[in-house]
Design a binder for this molecule. Structure first.
Ligand SMILES: [Ca+2]
Ligand SMILES: [Ca+2]
Length: 264
């Protein structure tokens, strides 16, 4: 049986090599696997994450000293996965309770820049923290939320991808609220900044179109993303927690899974 098994395996392996064009392809496959991983063999992106229950909601002041953040599982693996580049310096958190999902992120940033004057302006022309949530894997609806270093927010419920509203400023208020703390000088080029921290809240009413608050154990698709703009005239660094195969944050078929845990 063992000999037969080994022979069958060899035949299979030879067939595989023949079908895949031989040695070069096998080497490429091996290389691709290695480059998906960080220094300790860890994945460079976040394919699965947990949203823990908050016994007490955070105080939205941009300081992450609340008990719920200490209890949360940090999301730290971000990358521009489309070109297999890990991007360090982001530590994000998601927790929930009966009223809302709460988010926080601490982001290293050497040049703090902002864009926009009001809700739903093009915040991504400056530094921005973005969140994408897709409650149902099957349904087309998904949501985008953002906050920038001025605590300006963006929020939009998309009935499907490509259905961008004619006037983004006219879309219903969903209740995304953010507070920030800056360790550096905003929109003052020439000096060196350190980081910014955002802390915010999205009430479950924002997700009305897909049934609102999830049940404990529910699994949503999600991506946390950043634009980090450097000095004027340079291209921003784009990164995501999700294994996006193309540089589009709206590529929800590539999103990671977020499991809602609790209440306990
Ligand atoms: Ca706080
Ligand atoms: Ca920046």
């Amino acid at each position: 049986m063992i000999v037969q098994g080994r022979r069958a395996f060899l035949v299979f392996a030879l067939l595989f090599l023949a079908a895949s064009g031989g040695r070069a392809t096998a080497q490429e496959a091996s290389k691709a696997t290695r480059s998906d991983q960080g220094p300790e063999g860890a994945d460079i992106v976040t394919r699965e994450a947990v949203c823990r229950w908050a016994a007490k909601p955070p105080v939205l002041d941009g300081k992450l000293d609340d008990a719920c953040w200490k209890n949360a599982v940090p999301i730290t693996r971000f990358a521009s996965f489309w070109d297999k580049t890990p991007r360090s310096g982001t530590r994000a958190y998601l927790v929930w309770d009966d009223e809302a999902i709460y988010y926080a992120a601490e982001m290293t940033d050497a040049e703090l820049r902002s864009n926009g004057q009001r809700r739903n302006d093009t915040l991504w022309d400056g530094d921005v923290f973005e969140m994408f949530f897709k409650p149902s894997a099957e349904g087309p609806e998904y949501y985008e939320f953002q906050a920038n270093p001025k605590a300006l927010v963006f929020e939009c419920a998309f009935p499907r991808r490509g259905a961008y509203p004619a006037d983004i400023h006219d879309v219903p208020v969903l209740g995304n609220t953010a507070a920030v703390h800056l360790d550096g000088t905003l929109d003052q080029p020439g000096d060196r900044d350190e980081r910014w921290t955002v802390e915010g809240k999205i009430p479950w009413t924002a997700f009305r179109a897909t049934g609102g608050k999830p049940k404990p154990g529910a699994e949503w698709r999600f991506a946390l993303c950043r634009y980090d703009h450097g000095r004027k005239g340079t291209q921003p660094v784009l990164m995501s927690s999700a294994p996006l195969t193309r540089p589009s944050f709206h590529r929800h078929e590539d999103y990671g899974k977020l499991r809602f845990e609790g209440p306990r």
